[in-house]
Design a protein around this ligand. Structure first.
Ligand SMILES: [Zn+2]
Length: 293
C-alpha cells in the first residue's frame, strides 16, 4: 500500500519553500490563479524522497509507514521536476533531494519579506582549488555522512606530507592553507556590490550548481582571510576596503586564501559555506568539505 502525505503536510511543505519548486536549477512558482475566482491553479507536487510503496523510486525498506508519510520524507517540486526525479532515481538519489530541500528552505528564509529585485543578487557559480596550494579534490565524499543523512558533493583534502615529493609539491612553492578560486554570478538587472566576504562553518549542505569552471573569467582580486577557531554557525568575514562590483547579468571571480585553516579546525573533517555580503545580506555557497591530515 502507498503511504500518502496529508493535505496539511503538503501545505506546510510548500509554504516552507515559498511555494516554489525545490530543484535549485528550476525554482518555478507552483501556484497561481484559476479562472474560477474561488480556486487556485497548482502545478506543485509533494514528492516522496524515499518511495511511498515497495518498488517505487528510492524505496527504503527500513522505514515504518508513519515515516514514509512524514514531512521529513517529502520535497515540494513542480510537476516537471517531480516526474524527472521519479523517472531517474539513480541520478536523483535521496541525499540529493535532501540537499535540494534544505537549500530551498534556506532560500525561502532569505527571500521572505525582501523586495524581489534583491533576490539572488549573488550566486556562487563555481568553486575550485588554486593550483598553488597543497590541496586536492576529495574523491570519496560518500564517506562523509552528514546529520541530515546526505553527504556533500564538493570537497577537498589536504595532500599528506609523504606524497609531496611524488607530486612535486614543496612548501616554498605551494601554500599549506587552502586557496580557493571562486566565480560568482549576478542574475539580476542591477549591479551588486560585495562589501565583505568570508566563510561560515556549518552542518547544512547541498549540491553544487552553476558554472562548470571558473577559469574562463578573469580574476578581480586576491584575498586572504585569517581564519580563527571554527565555530558552527559563526561567520568569519573580511571587510573589503574596496568593494567588488558584479555587473547585472555578469560574473565576478576572486581568489581566497584561508590562512591558518588547519590550526583553526578542532577536528580533521570540516564543512563550511563560503559567504559574501552584498545588498545588506549574506549570500552563501553550497557546503564544502575539507579533510585534514
Ligand atoms: Zn521544477
Amino acid at each position: 500500500m502507498r503511504h500518502e502525505f496529508t493535505q496539511r503536510t503538503k501545505h506546510i511543505l510548500a509554504s516552507r519553500v515559498g511555494w516554489r519548486c525545490s530543484n535549485p536549477e528550476c525554482r518555478a512558482a507552483t501556484t497561481g490563479p484559476n479562472s474560477d475566482r474561488t480556486r487556485t491553479s497548482n502545478i506543485g507536487h509533494a514528492s516522496h524522497i524515499t518511495a511511498a510503496a515497495l518498488g517505487g523510486p528510492r524505496f527504503d525498506s527500513k522505514l515504518y509507514k508513519f515515516q514514509r508519510r512524514d514531512i521529513a520524507n517529502a520535497i515540494w517540486l513542480c510537476a516537471n521536476c517531480a516526474k524527472k526525479v521519479d523517472d531517474d532515481p539513480q541520478r536523483y538519489g535521496a541525499a540529493t533531494l535532501w540537499f535540494w530541500r534544505q537549500d530551498a528552505e534556506d532560500l525561502a528564509d532569505s527571500e521572505k519579506g525582501r523586495p524581489i529585485d534583491l533576490i539572488q543578487s549573488v550566486r556562487f557559480a563555481s568553486i575550485q582549488l588554486s593550483p598553488s596550494c597543497m590541496w586536492r579534490s576529495a574523491h570519496r565524499l560518500l564517506k562523509v555522512r552528514t546529520a541530515h543523512g546526505g553527504s556533500p558533493d564538493l570537497g577537498f583534502h589536504q595532500v599528506p606530507a609523504h606524497a609531496w615529493e611524488a607530486l612535486k609539491l614543496s612548501t616554498e612553492s605551494h601554500s599549506l592553507d587552502p586557496i580557493l578560486d571562486i566565480a560568482i554570478s549576478n542574475d539580476t538587472d542591477r549591479t551588486t556590490v560585495i562589501s565583505a566576504l568570508g566563510l561560515v562553518p556549518l552542518h547544512v549542505w547541498t549540491v553544487l550548481k552553476g558554472l562548470p569552471g571558473a577559469y574562463k573569467i578573469p580574476v578581480v582580486d586576491k584575498y586572504a582571510i585569517d581564519v580563527t577557531r571554527l565555530v558552527p554557525g559563526v561567520p568569519q568575514m573580511l571587510n573589503l576596503p574596496d568593494p567588488i562590483a558584479v555587473p547585472s547579468h555578469g560574473t565576478g571571480r576572486y581568489v581566497l586564501c584561508l590562512r591558518g585553516f588547519r590550526q583553526a579546525a578542532d577536528g580533521n573533517e570540516t564543512l563550511i559555506r563560503l559567504a559574501v555580503y552584498a545588498n545588506n545580506a549574506n549570500w552563501f555557497s553550497r557546503a564544502i568539505y575539507f579533510g585534514l591530515y
